[in-house]
Design a protein around this ligand. Structure first.
Ligand SMILES: [Zn+2]
Length: 96
């Protein structure tokens, strides 16, 4: 009956081995990180150009034009009244 002992022990060993494997196969902790929230800072393409321009004008501070003394978004260089004068003058000059 001595030969039976090793075989049983062998089976017992295998069983325990399987047990160990099953126990060691614990699910690894997978840390699921939340997706990064992409900021939509540069995406202004949804707005039509008109609205974009209006918003830009609104965000700009008003300037007082030194040519016409009007508060607006133009400079003394870009002053419409000044330009008109220049045009007239240039026309006169070109005519003469
Ligand atoms: Zn002006």
């Amino acid at each position: 009956m001595e030969s039976e002992t090793p075989s049983t022990s062998h089976v017992d060993n295998q069983a325990s081995y399987d047990d160990i494997i099953e126990n060691t196969e614990t699910p690894q902790e997978v840390v699921v990180q939340p997706p990064e929230v992409v900021s939509m800072k540069g995406s202004g393409s949804r707005l039509p150009l008109r609205v974009e321009k209006a918003l830009k004008l609104k965000s700009k501070p008003l300037r007082q034009c030194k040519k016409c003394q009007e508060w607006g978004h133009h400079d003394s260089r870009n002053c419409d009244k000044f330009k008109e004068k220049e045009k007239r003058q240039s026309r006169r000059n070109s005519k003469v």
